[in-house]
Design a protein around this ligand. Structure first.
Ligand code: PT1
Length: 283
C-alpha cells in the first residue's frame, strides 16, 4: 500500500490509515526499560490492553524481547512462552488488533496462528528464516532501521552519510529484499527506529527530516515514547518524559507518521487528533 491508500488488512481486522493511529505498548518482558515487570501476569496484561483500547489505541503491540539499549537477546522458546498466552488472550477475550514485536520466525508463525494482525520487527526480517515466516503469515510487517544489536548499539553510533539518507537507503533496500522474496510492498510499513544505534543528534535530525522517509511511499510507524532522546534533551527520568514525548508525537504526525507507538495512550491520542485537526483544518 502507499501512503495514500486508506487501509491495511491485518488478518481479520481492517486498519484505517487515512488518519494517524495510536499503537499501545504491552511489554511482556521482566526487564523492559520503562515498565519492566509491571505487566507480567496474564490478567494484568489483559487489563492494561483493555484500558489502552478504551483510550483509543487501534493496535496493541506485544513484545517479549526487550530491545532497549544494553538488553540481552533471549531464545525463541523463552520469547514464545511470554508472548503466546498474551496474544491468544488479547485475540480471544478482546478481539484486539495485535501486533507482535519480534524478530523470531517461530514467534512470527505461532503469533499468526493465534490470530495476531501485524508483525513488528526491529530487525526488518533480517534474521534467518524470518522473511519466509513473515510471508507465510499473510500479515503486514513493519520494517525498522537499526544499527547494531540492543546489547551494543549505543556504544558509538556513527554514519558515513546523513542519518536520514542512511535510514532511507537501508529501508529501501529492505523493501526491495521483501519484494524479491515475494512479500508485496502493500503489506509493508516502515520505521526510522528512534534510539536504535543513534545519538540524540541523530534522533533529532531524523525526526526533523522524516519527510525524506515519506518519499518511500509506505506508511510510517514511529516509537519515541519515554526514550532517552527525551531524557537527554530535557534531563528527565523515564517517568517524567510524557510532555516531551507528546511534543515529539505532534511533530511526527506533522512530518507524516501514520502509527505512533506509545506507552501513554490517552494523552497521545489527544495529541495526535489535535495535530491532525490542524493539518486537516477541520474537526
Ligand atoms: C520502535 C521500537 C519498537 N522501540 C518499533 N518497535 C522499542 N517498530 C521496541 C532509549 O533510547 O521504536 N519501533 N520496539 C523499544 N526500544 C528502545 C530503544 C527503548 C531505545 C528505549 C530506547 O531509551
Amino acid at each position: 500500500m502507499n501512503a495514500n491508500t486508506p487501509s491495511l488488512m491485518c488478518g481479520r481486522h481492517r486498519l484505517d490509515l487515512s488518519y494517524p493511529r495510536v499503537m499501545g505498548i504491552l511489554n511482556v518482558t521482566p526487564d523492559s526499560f520503562s515498565d519492566g515487570g509491571r505487566h507480567v501476569s496474564l490478567d494484568d496484561a489483559l487489563r492494561h490492553a483493555e484500558r489502552m483500547l478504551a483510550e483509543g489505541a487501534a493496535i496493541i503491540d506485544v513484545g517479549g524481547e526487550s530491545t532497549r539499549p544494553g538488553a540481552d537477546g533471549i531464545s525463541p522458546q523463552q520469547e514464545l512462552e511470554r508472548v503466546a498466552p498474551v496474544v491468544e488472550a488479547l485475540v480471544r477475550e478482546l478481539d484486539a488488533l495485535v501486533s507482535v514485536d519480534t524478530s523470531s520466525p517461530e514467534v512470527i508463525r505461532e503469533s499468526a496462528a493465534l490470530g495476531a494482525g501485524m508483525i513488528n520487527d526491529v530487525r526488518a526480517l533480517e534474521r534467518e528464516g524470518a522473511m519466509v515466516a513473515a510471508i507465510g503469515s499473510g500479515l503486514p510487517v513493519c520494517l525498522m532501521h537499526r544499527q547494531g544489536e540492543p546489547r551494543d548499539m549505543q556504544q558509538a553510533p556513527r554514519y558515513d552519510v546523513p542519518i536520514e539518507e542512511a535510514v532511507a537507503d537501508y529501508l529501501a533496500a529492505r523493501v526491495a529484499a521483501c519484494e524479491q522474496a515475494g512479500l508485496h510492498r502493500d503489506r509493508l510499513l516502515l520505521d526510522p527506529g528512534f534510539g536504535f544505534g543513534k545519538t540524540v543528534e541523530h534522533n533529532l535530525r531524523l525526526l526533523n527530516r522524516m519527510e525524506r522517509l515519506v518519499e518511500l511511499e509506505l506508511p510510517l510507524l514511529v516509537g519515541m515514547s519515554r526514550k532517552s532522546m527525551i531524557g537527554k534533551v530535557l534531563e528527565r527520568p523515564v517517568e517524567e518524559r510524557l510532555p516531551g514525548g507528546l511534543a515529539l508525537t505532534a511533530m511526527a504526525v506533522e512530518r507524516g507518521a501514520r502509527i505512533l507507538r506509545v506507552h501513554d495512550v490517552a494523552p497521545s491520542v489527544d495529541a495526535v487528533n489535535m495535530t491532525w485537526a490542524v493539518l486537516k483544518e477541520s474537526c
